[in-house]
Design a protein around this ligand. Structure first.
Ligand code: GLU
Length: 319
């Protein structure tokens, strides 16, 4: 039997909400049911969004929910050398180039944006002519991956056959930022590969990113993990959970005195485990979880859900 390994990969932005909790709980349940090992990785390279103290908070919240994982925890910012090595490797393979163009310069050169996306597409016509740009020599500049003109397809463990065309959707995307750190797309590939992750579980808003990450794996000649993408939790307006839907952060509910069993009960209701909202433990969720019962549609967080969570609270005192 091959030993499988999965990871929880929160970003410590202080905004872990019910949607993140659902994905973590599903990841944890899948790991237990399939005898995968599970580790925690703190993805803290997204400079401006990272909040002091949020890392400890993520760990507290996972404990509070009853989601466990193996130590040690990897914190991305602790060691930059793996990312530097890999950007060097991409450079040696002539797969990247330095780019100092501004957003408006890229916009001017772009044809109409891809129909499903509001992203700015980097046209291959903008690739530099100067060969020096193709070697990684200035970590304080943006570097982009040369994206081949091909469709990327993969079989997702939950979402089925997925097809994307990064060349048409975004074109050459940034893999290294002028802040001197890898972009999310590169960092996640480096970490998943060096940690030996076999199964990546996350929300389906990252499907287009997965196609981009596959191109990085291919550029490096690395083995691609198996992916499992689950529907996002959205607000009643159909948009992904965010501040506009009120405070849906787990810390808000915890501090309001909501018991974790209520949160898990709601997540179980959203995941086809129970037909009515009812208090459950993480172990109940794990034992009842069945992939075939999980809806393929986005989940809507309703006012009723919120009211149910808040119905029996005992506020925590902060003395
Ligand atoms: N750190 C990312 C996030 O919180 C998750 C990335 C991933 O699972 O690949 O959105």
């Amino acid at each position: 039997m091959t030993l499988c390994l999965s990871r929880l990969a929160p970003s410590p932005t202080g905004a872990l909400h019910l949607g993140n909790a659902r994905t973590f709980l599903i990841n944890w349940a899948l790991a237990h049911q399939n005898e995968w090992r599970l580790i925690l990785r703190i993805e803290d390279l997204d400079g401006p969004r990272i909040q002091p103290g949020a890392q400890a908070q993520v760990i507290e919240i996972l404990n509070w929910l009853g989601i466990d994982y193996e130590e040690p925890v990897l914190v991305q910012s602790a060691d930059m050398s793996p990312y530097e090595d890999v950007i060097g490797e991409l450079s040696a393979r002539d797969a990247i180039f330095a780019c100092q163009l501004s957003r408006s310069e890229i916009q001017q050169a772009a044809s109409a944006p891809h129909q499903d996306s509001h992203e700015l597409r980097f046209s291959p016509n903008l690739r530099p002519e100067d060969s020096i740009a193709y070697s990684f020599s200035h970590p304080d500049q943006n570097y982009r991956l040369m994206v081949p003109d091909q469709e990327v397809t993969f079989e997702d463990g939950f979402a089925g056959l997925i097809k994307h065309h990064p060349h048409q959707e975004v074109g050459d995307f940034v893999v290294w930022t002028k802040r001197g750190v890898p972009a999310y797309q590169l960092a996640v590939v480096v970490d998943d590969a060096r940690q030996g992750i076999t199964d990546v579980v996350r929300a389906d808003d990252l499907l287009p990113s997965t196609a981009r990450q596959i191109l990085i794996y291919q550029a490096l000649g690395w083995k691609i993990p198996r992916f499992w993408h689950f529907p996002l939790v959205c607000g009643p307006d159909g948009r992904r959970l965010a501040k506009r839907h009120g405070d849906t952060r787990l810390t808000f509910y915890r501090d309001a005195g909501v018991h974790p069993e209520r949160i898990i009960g709601l997540l179980a209701f959203w995941s086809g485990i129970v037909e009515h909202r009812t208090e459950l433990t993480a172990n109940d969720f794990r034992n009842g979880f069945q992939l075939s019962k999980v809806s393929h549609h986005a989940i809507t967080f309703t006012q009723e859900d919120h009211q149910w969570l808040m119905a029996e609270t005992s506020p925590i005192s902060h003395e």
